[in-house]
Design a protein. Structure first.
Length: 219
């Protein structure tokens, strides 16, 4: 057995399939509808971050999720998490996309509850004015909600699909062993000599004769 055959077989002489190796290769599958949907959700999220997150009637004031009252808002962290999720998607490490997109969703959920409480308190204080000074969530909030939740769901679906299509790592050995020697070195069993004696009396058979010359039996 040569060196290549030794590398292809295990200790018991059976062929073993090499295990698949994970690699970091930049490759975005634009033909995959789940990938297209993920990128579309991230794009919607980015657009929503720059549109009004909270609107306030009467004063015509708005605040987006990135910039509020001259300071950066928590939306910048959601954007960063989404960018990192895209990077993991490009290398097809979907579990990383799930983790960072999940972190972005948690940040957005915390901001939502805080903003909801502030809006509710503000409207209770100004309820004597009716809807004239009412505050509410703007279009940016709803776009961010669609983007962050949709991207997380699609990242989970991509991870599930990749697990189903991945080849089996632990391969069972094939039942038939590889031949240890070349075909021309395999010993050949010698052929048994043909018995030309009479089966009745044991006398040698004459060439071309059908009957035994000694006992006359048909051979």
């Amino acid at each position: 057995m040569n060196q290549n055959q030794m590398n292809m077989t295990g200790n018991n002489g059976y062929p073993v399939q090499p295990q698949a190796q994970t690699s970091w290769k930049f490759n975005i599958d634009f033909k995959n509808p789940l990938v297209i949907g993920f990128l579309a959700c991230i794009a919607i999220l980015f657009i929503g971050c720059f549109l009004p997150y909270v609107t306030q009637k009467g004063f015509d004031s708005t605040a987006n999720y990135i910039w509020n009252n001259g300071e950066l808002a928590d939306g910048i962290f959601v954007v960063v998490c989404s960018i990192v999720a895209i990077i993991f998607l490009a290398f097809r490490k979907y579990i990383g996309s799930i983790i960072f997109q999940g972190i972005g969703l948690i940040i957005f959920a915390i901001d939502f509850f805080d903003s909801f409480k502030l809006i509710k308190d503000y409207n209770n204080v100004n309820k004597i004015f009716g809807d004239k000074f009412k505050a509410s969530f703007g279009i940016g909030f709803y776009l961010i909600l669609i983007g962050v939740v949709g991207a997380l769901v699609l990242a989970i679906l991509l991870f599930i699909k990749s697990r189903k299509s991945a080849p089996t790592q632990n391969m069972q050995p094939i039942t038939q062993p590889i031949m240890q020697q070349p075909m021309n070195q395999v010993p050949v069993q010698p052929q048994q000599p043909v018995n030309n004696n009479c089966p009745y009396c044991g006398s040698p058979k004459a060439p071309g004769s059908t009957f035994c010359q000694n006992c006359g039996a048909k051979m």
